[in-house]
Each structure stands twice: as C-alpha cells, then as structure tokens.
Design a protein around this ligand. Structure first.
Ligand SMILES: [Zn+2]
Length: 273
C-alpha cells in the first residue's frame, strides 16, 4: 500500500508506528544486517518524550508515520545512527526515502516557525489543518514549498550537461535553479540557462515534477531546445558545461532523481542511437 498523507492533530501512537526523526537534516535509523531500518514506537519508548516538532504525517503500508526532530544539543540514542538522507537513496526502499523526505520538509518547517515572523511571539499548531498560528497577531504559516526548475537543453543529438560547484561528487547534470517572485516557470527556465551558461532556449515543454525535500523544494522538470549563443560559465556556481551525445555521457546523477530521468529520457529518445 503506498503512502497516504493525512493530517491529524491528536493521533494515537501505535506501537508499530514508524518514526522519521531528523537531527539537522540527518535521518535517525537503526543499522541492521538488511540495511537501515526506520525505528518504530516500541524501539523508542524511553526517547519519545525527547522528540521535538512531532507531527503525524500519514500512513505507509497501513502503518502510521510520524515526523519529528531530535534536539541538536543532545547525542543520538545508542541504538540509532544519524545518516544523510541523500546517502540513503541507495540503501532504503524508494517509498520510505520519499516519506522521509516529506518528514524532513515538515520538521524543518515546524522548527523554523516556532516564533511568529511578524511579531516574534511563540506560535501554536492549528488543530484543524497543518499550519501554525500566532496567538498575538493572527499570522498563519503553512508549510512552504519552494519551486525550482530543472531543464534538459537539447541541440540536435546532444544534451547540455554541466558540473556544478554544489555537487558532492564530480558528476555532470542538467541545469536547475529557483523560481523568483513574479516569474513564470518558463521565464525561470530562460533566465537560469542564460545566467548559468549564456545560452538562449526555446520550445520549453513540461516533463515531470519531483519533490526535492532539501529542505523544501519541488523540482519542475522541462525540456527545451537550444536557440542561440555560445557556452560561457561563471567558474563559481558552474565550473564546466558542454554538449554530450547519448553514447558518450559523463558520470550522471543517481536514478531516483528527476535529473537522471531527464537524461534517461534523452538517451531513450535520441535519434542517433
Ligand atoms: Zn505574530
């Protein structure tokens, strides 16, 4: 049964409930012979009262799922290990990784909105929806989602790939960037490609989207055609960029990412192969 998102302000804590607990963006898991395991209520009994920003987020395979934060100042329980979420992509089932991502997004939001951004008073959780309300000035904050575009730019039988200074390893990927206030998604595609590599693009088409909970984005994927210009990189954010054919690709991102889905789509639909 897939994950079913749900809001409850006062859920029952079942002994088999799954707890997606984060400390500074790292997920607390139990290391087992079969790989990382998400702890259940019964594994956490002495620790449940330590958890911060607790929220019921829905159910996975019929099991209730909770998101929570582990205090930054406290060491992690001996039975658990803090692991970076990106590193778990290859070790845990995809559906668990995505529920963990949702949990990370919501814990980050809850932690960042303990106080009102307008008047500074302590906020309270609303009981009828997932939101925080300021009891003094009435400001209501909902979990924020920050849209970003990610684009496969094509030129005949080649795809534009770039090496970003932000990448953990020296791999190449399609270009991406955050949407600015007042901008359309298509306008963002044109601006990002122009700013990052100095090219013009046209025929922008929607591809697919993917939540990107690091900590609160959604990646909106597009394809676009090269329309002019020569590649120029700034050497700071983008270190290198170039055109690649399907049979001569550099190291590319892992399969779970929409970046890889765009590259795989290019390879599968490439007329030169
Ligand atoms: Zn306020």
């Amino acid at each position: 049964m897939p994950f079913v998102p749900e809001f409850k302000s006062d859920p029952t804590v079942h002994t088999q409930a799954l707890w997606f607990i984060f400390q500074e963006g790292s997920l607390l898991v139990q290391e087992t012979e079969d790989g990382p395991r998400i702890p259940r209520s019964e594994d956490l009994t002495p620790h449940l009262f330590h958890l911060e920003d607790r929220q019921y987020i829905g159910s996975l395979d019929g099991l209730p799922c909770f998101a929570a934060g582990w205090p930054t100042s406290e060491s992690v329980p001996a039975t658990l290990e803090a692991q970076g979420l990106r590193g778990l992509f290859w070790k845990m089932a995809d559906d668990q990784v995505w529920v963990a991502g949702r949990a990370n997004h919501l814990v980050h939001w809850s932690r960042a909105h303990r106080f009102c951004g307008r008047c500074g008073s302590a906020t309270v959780d609303k009981t009828d929806e997932r939101a925080k309300r300021c009891p003094d000035c009435g400001l209501v904050n909902y979990p924020r989602v920050s849209p970003a575009v990610i684009v496969a730019v094509l030129r005949e039988d080649r795809i534009l790939l770039a090496r970003s200074a932000r990448f953990p390893k020296a791999f190449y990927s399609v270009l991406a960037g955050f949407v600015e206030p007042g901008e359309t998604l298509e306008g963002c595609v044109k601006r990002e490609i122009r700013e990052e590599v100095g090219l013009r693009v046209e025929k922008i088409r929607y591809f697919a989207s993917q939540p990107w909970p690091f900590p609160d984005s959604i990646m909106v994927g597009f394809t676009a055609q090269y329309a002019g210009g020569d590649i120029r990189v700034d050497g700071k954010e983008i270190l290198e960029a170039g055109w690649f054919t399907a049979d001569d690709l550099p190291q590319v991102p892992p399969r779970i990412s929409i970046a890889r889905q765009l590259i795989d789509w290019f390879v599968a639909n490439n007329p030169s192969l």
